[in-house]
Design a binder for this molecule. Structure first.
Ligand SMILES: [Fe+2]
Ligand SMILES: [Fe+2]
Length: 282
């Protein structure tokens, strides 16, 4: 069985527990990561996530320079040694909803594994050896995409709340708004990729939709990718309330688009496994 050392990102970056949150945020941005093990005297003490920082940043009149990592981190994070079976770790992560696991050998942090790494492994598994994801049944595609829409909607709700705070003049919410929005835009890119890969083929193979509907979906997604690139660039160029207004407009469009997809494409009456099932049986 595969060991966690084969899945982990080795020697991740870390941060001292006494460092300010602003430094943790800088390190995450610089290295495009979302979690940092927090160390005291080289020993693992906690885990600080982008989300923890965003949460503190969203509190009115709290500065990220004034709060230490220790005050915002999750103490005693889930950790395993590098010889642990991947299956054991994934089961623990799923059962307890852990977003990540720190890999520690002989007291030293040697790696980190996040849910994103696990999803990557799942994706490889689904697509390897001719096990073509385009062969997923339409009902499975519908469930998968609908689930992603539910998650995206709840993130959009949170971002709207942050944007409202910024518009209301709460300057401290701006950092969290930027972090969460960047995270959302990256998730949206991944979502569009998944739709291209599994929803496109499902539409093509469904009697009521066909190849043209797939092409329409792909070209709409190409436009959305360009918009996302623009919006990601504007995140760093626009400040304060105008940025918040811009985000509200864009995520409103995204929400409308998901509703249209739910109604027009993910409708169980339309995207169905077998036309023969319609109207028969229970
Ligand atoms: Fe889409
Ligand atoms: Fe979608």
């Amino acid at each position: 069985m595969a060991k966690i050392r084969h899945l982990m990102t080795p020697s991740p970056y870390s941060i001292g527990v006494e460092q300010p949150l602003a430094e943790a945020a800088r390190r995450m941005r610089a290295h495009h990561i979302r979690h940092l093990p927090a160390l005291r005297g080289g020993q693992l003490e906690g885990l600080i996530s982008e989300r923890d920082i965003a949460l503190v940043g969203s509190l009115p009149s709290v500065g990220l320079e004034a709060i230490t990592v220790e005050e915002a981190m999750s103490p005693a994070p889930y950790s395993v040694n590098s010889d642990t079976e991947i299956a054991t770790v994934v089961k623990e992560m799923a059962t307890h909803k852990y977003g990540s696991v720190v890999v520690v050998d002989e007291g030293n942090v040697v790696g980190i594994v996040t849910t994103t790494d696990c999803l990557g492994m799942l994706w490889d598994h689904l697509t390897r050896d001719g096990q073509d994801t385009s062969a997923l049944r339409p009902s499975a595609v519908r469930r998968r995409i609908s689930e992603e829409h539910v998650v995206l909607r709840s993130i959009i709700d949170q971002i709207e709340e942050l944007a409202r705070q910024v518009i209301a003049g709460e300057k401290d919410a701006l950092t969290a708004l930027r972090i969460e929005t960047r995270d959302l835009y990256e998730r949206l890119r991944a979502h569009i990729d998944v739709e291209d890969q599994i929803l496109g083929p499902a539409l093509r193979q469904t009697v009521g939709f066909g190849k043209e509907r797939e092409e329409q979906l792909l070209s709409h997604h190409a436009e959305q990718r360009e918009q996302l690139t623009t919006e990601l660039a504007e995140l760093d160029n626009v400040e304060g309330p105008p940025l918040a207004e811009r985000i509200v407009t864009f995520i409103g469009d995204v929400r409308d688009d998901m509703s249209r997809e739910d109604r027009d494409l993910l409708n169980p009456q339309l995207l169905k496994d077998d036309p023969i099932d319609v109207g028969f049986g229970g």
